[in-house]
Write a protein that binds this ligand. Structure first.
Ligand SMILES: *[C@@H]1O[C@H](CO)[C@@H](O)[C@H](O)[C@H]1NC(C)=O
Length: 423
């Protein structure tokens, strides 16, 4: 009996290793041919080819949403992709909020209506579930058999806007979309969850911070509820021209989409609404356990917040921001200062026992949904622990996880976005 079990285990391990090897070679080919910019890369949710065909999960539109005023920018129904849990995961729920930037002007919100980020007319009818959304134990050891949901992002304000612009026929209903989706999931069984995790990447990672306590409050005390923000630590940083490009952009989002009313009063009581859209002013006061997964040199922030074209009119940062190996020492120092701001922003947050951290010294953005960064044979590590194991250890209280990498260039396990990408 015991021997049989061992043989079975060995066989499984071999399959496991073979699957990974296959995964790496397929990935190598894909990366070689890759010529798309970070923008489109992020737009596609940065999902890399996994070991085997990922499961494709269909889009469900929320039929009752319009009556609640919960509509995408163009007035169409919002939606989500749900793959039901099974076995020991049947009563566990992972709710993942899609990312994809923001819109901060009438003009770019009107443009957004013509894309899947602003209208369900243009959303993919099926999406591959990889990384933290994968249904395979060998790709996603802790959450593979949970109910896993990806809520589509079509409001342009991290699921937080309100109101509308009649003249431009724009609906700013991020908060209502969030509520309508949660309502629907509760009715589909989430109300009986014994474990639940709210996650999200990029604009969705910010949303998972903004909605973390609302999510926590949905459940009784007996339910284990936590939140994971992946690449959601957007810093209110000074850009290379001495301005604040991201603050200006967020100010447009918050003002245009009337985000103020949905921001936590613990922040808005002493800071302006735009400041309260920045996680650095929120994370220390969140009551629900929260895990911050972020690259210290977040590739999106390097390119769009620190050195956006508007702050770099002569393009002197262009080469460096697209490939950190082309940076000179003063440019690298600028990024080190950014990392120090990141560490300062999470300092109080990190003191709480219930919180978790994985801040690796990489030029990456979104590491939970990509199979290669979440859980594969050469995934990024801090010490000897990868992303999936770190998040799992923290969620299930198997270990305290407060992983902060040494500064660049010490980490040799990074999957940096900049090498193979051109703008
Ligand atoms: C690094 O590059 C920037 C932009 O081209 C330049 O302004 C700066 O003087 C350079 N610093 C060093 C130490 O070479």
């Amino acid at each position: 009996m015991e021997l049989n079990l061992r043989v079975l285990m060995l066989g499984w391990c071999l399959c496991f290793a073979f699957g990974f090897a296959l995964c790496r070679s397929v990935e190598g080919l894909e990366n070689f041919g890759e010529r798309e910019g970070l923008h489109s890369y992020l737009e596609s949710d940065a999902v890399s080819p996994p070991a085997s065909q990922p499961i494709m999960v269909g889009l469900t539109l929320i039929q009752g949403a319009a009556a609640k005023g919960a509509v995408c920018l163009d007035g169409t129904l919002p939606g989500y992709h749900l793959h039901p849990g099974s076995g020991s995961g049947a009563n566990s729920w992972l709710v993942h909020l899609e990312g994809g930037g923001w819109c901060n002007t009438v003009r770019n919100c009107v443009y957004r209506k013509t894309t899947r980020r602003g209208s369900s007319k243009f959303m993919e009818k099926q999406l591959p579930f990889t990384g933290i959304l994968s249904n395979k134990a060998e790709e996603n050891p802790d959450f593979f058999n949970w109910n896993r949901v990806k809520i589509r992002y079509c409001d342009g304000a991290s699921f937080n806007g309100a109101g509308q612009d009649e003249a431009a026929q724009l609906y700013f209903r991020g908060q209502q979309i969030w509520l309508a989706a949660i309502d629907e999931l509760m009715s589909k069984g989430m109300k009986n969850a014994d474990q639940a995790l709210l996650s999200g990447c990029s604009a969705g990672g910010l949303a998972s911070i903004l909605h973390c306590d609302e999510f926590g409050n949905l459940f009784p005390k007996t339910t284990k509820v936590k939140c994971l923000s992946d690449a959601g630590m957007f810093l209110d940083a000074v850009d290379v021209s001495g301005g604040r490009a991201l603050q200006n952009m967020f100010n447009g989002v918050v003002t245009l989409q009337d985000v103020k009313e949905n921001l936590p009063s613990t922040c808005t009581s002493h800071l302006d609404p735009t400041s309260c859209f920045f996680p650095q002013n929120l994370v220390a006061n969140i009551k629900t356990p929260l895990f911050l997964l972020n690259a210290a040199y977040d590739a999106w922030q390097v390119q769009e917040s620190l050195a956006p074209p508007s702050a770099d009119p002569h393009g002197t940062w262009r080469e460096c921001k697209m490939n950190h190996e082309r940076c000179n020492s003063s440019q690298i120092q600028f990024f080190q200062d950014f990392r120090n701001q990141m560490l300062k922003a999470i300092n109080t947050f990190s003191k709480s026992d219930q919180n978790g951290l994985f801040i690796n010294s990489c030029f990456a953005h979104c590491q939970s949904e990509r199979q290669d960064t979440w859980f594969a044979s050469d995934s990024p590590l801090i010490g000897n622990k990868g992303v999936a194991e770190s998040v799992g250890d923290w969620f299930f209280d198997r270990a305290t996880v407060k992983a902060i990498d040494c500064a660049y260039p010490c980490d040799k396990t990074c999957h940096n976005l900049d090498h193979s990408l051109t703008y």
